[in-house]
Design a protein around this ligand. Structure first.
Ligand SMILES: O=C(CO)[C@@H](O)[C@H](O)COP(=O)(O)O
Ligand SMILES: [Fe+2]
Length: 224
């Protein structure tokens, strides 16, 4: 199974929180496919962000596109149903933050969402060994989780290549998402390494013209 159709998922961690609905609409209208929703708990990671009520508010505002929830919380399981009910389409979690990884995957899928497993820069890919037949997405962190605006860690490229091989060998339809320090300058190399789903926060929301930066990202993904 080869790569899925490319998706750009702006991380709304870098959006204008005072006008979140409006800014989210704007970035989708500018050509983004998904919304990446970073949930931080000041426990698993040293920052505190947004929860299911904010996701529901975006749905109520009229955002109907795919909302991709990235849980940086510990414990994981008790908050999963709340995000599903609020309108999440995919929910990814860090295996170190779950007591029972297989059970958490089943919980997410049982709630009607796609399940993703997230790998910090130093987390080994062996967590994939017995769940390749179940997961819908692998998310490779190219920064340490907790903050937007950090620099891409180059060793992530080799990790992406290894995950691409494992996905292709599985024969299953599994997305390979990359998160952290993604810019129009490095997204071509990230795509060439095997990623098909690209999270970008500061590179998009700090740009004066969202459509222009998303267009340049898609061109670089296509090797132009
Ligand atoms: O999950 C995280 C950080 O923990 C990310 O989703 C960041 O929010 C991406 O922001 P940039 O690195 O693109 O600014
Ligand atoms: Fe994220």
């Amino acid at each position: 199974m080869s790569k899925q159709a490319p998706v750009i998922a702006p991380s709304i961690l870098s959006a204008d929180f005072a006008r979140l609905g409006e800014d989210t609409r704007k970035v989708l209208d500018a050509g983004a496919q998904w919304v990446h929703f970073d949930v931080m708990d000041n426990h698993y990671v040293p920052n505190l962000t947004i929860g299911p009520m904010v996701l529901k508010a975006l749905r109520d505002y009229g955002i109907t596109e795919h909302i991709d929830v990235h849980l940086m919380v510990k414990p994981v399981d008790r908050i999963v149903p709340d995000f599903a009910k609020a309108g999440a389409r995919s929910i990814s979690f860090h295996p170190e933050a779950s007591e029972h990884v297989d059970r958490t995957i089943q919980l997410i899928q049982g709630e009607g969402c796609e399940a993703g497993l997230v790998f910090n820069p130093a987390t080994p890919l062996s967590w994939l060994d017995f769940v390749m037949d179940k997961i819908d997405m692998v998310l490779i962190m190219s920064v340490n989780p907790g903050f937007g605006g950090q620099k891409f860690i180059p060793s992530a490229l080799e990790k992406i290549r290894q995950v691409r091989e494992r996905i292709d060998a599985s024969g299953r339809k599994i997305r390979l998402e990359v998160d952290g320090g993604v810019t129009p300058d490095n997204i071509g190399a990230i795509s060439a390494a095997g990623a098909d789903t690209f999270v970008a926060g500061s590179a998009i929301f700090n740009a004066p013209d969202y459509a222009d930066v998303i267009r340049r990202m898609h061109a670089a993904i296509d090797g132009k």
